[in-house]
Write a protein that binds this ligand. Structure first.
Ligand SMILES: NC(=O)c1ccc[n+]([C@@H]2O[C@H](COP(=O)([O-])OP(=O)(O)OC[C@H]3O[C@@H](n4cnc5c(N)ncnc54)[C@H](O)[C@@H]3O)[C@@H](O)[C@H]2O)c1
Length: 169
């Protein structure tokens, strides 16, 4: 199978979807093409942190990024503000290295994509977000469209709060 690129044009911008066997090893070169920077935040699903995580991290480092890795647990109760705050705190702990041009890379299923995407959308009013989906649902749905959401439990019912990444204010 050869590489496939789909350009998605939406009001206010555009993004690309890349489909290719072994693409995880090339994440770094593609991230550098769209979001060149000294630092990158890699949010990775804990369940695949030992299998997929090192490949993506090595690719980012090979492309010249200083990578901060944040493992995230992929359960619905974890798709909440404390996980977003862990991502924000990891970036703040880097002492100013993460400005609004630094990329956030989400490697995992829809839970990690939503959590890291929400974190990217709400740090410095929006940072570049690259999704590396590792589940079928994330590949065909959750990682596409730019929407991200968290689970909020209020008054006994589940509500969703959402944000779009890449926004500027
Ligand atoms: N933002 C959107 O537009 C959108 C759209 C649809 C769904 N979602 C959200 O996506 C979430 C569901 O995502 P999901 O179904 O992709 O999975 P998930 O993120 O819920 O993960 C399910 C399980 O699969 C594991 N996993 C991930 N990658 C794996 C791999 N390669 N091999 C083996 N196990 C792996 C995870 O560790 C986890 O245990 C929901 O929270 C839903 O609300 C968001």
């Amino acid at each position: 199978m050869t590489a496939t690129r789909v350009d998605v044009n939406v009001p206010g911008g555009s993004y690309e979807v890349l489909i290719e066997p072994g693409l995880a090893k090339k994440v770094g070169e593609h991230v550098r093409r769209v979001a060149p920077h000294t630092h990158a935040l890699l949010a990775v699903d804990e369940g695949i942190a030992d299998t997929h995580g090192p490949t993506v991290q090595a690719s980012l480092e090979g492309a010249g990024y200083d990578v901060t890795v944040v493992p995230l647990r992929a359960t619905e109760p974890d798709k909440t503000m404390p996980a977003v705050q862990r991502v924000h705190q990891a970036m703040l702990a880097a002492g100013g290295a993460f400005d609004r041009a630094a990329p956030v890379v989400a490697c995992g299923g829809g839970i990690v994509g939503d959590t890291a995407g929400f974190a990217a959308a709400t740090f410095l009013r929006g940072m570049p977000l690259v999704q590396v989906p590792t589940t079928l649902l994330a590949m065909v749905d959750a990682a596409i469209g730019g929407k991200t959401a968290l689970t909020c439990r209020m008054a006994g019912s589940a509500r969703t709060s959402s944000a779009r990444s890449g926004s500027r204010g």
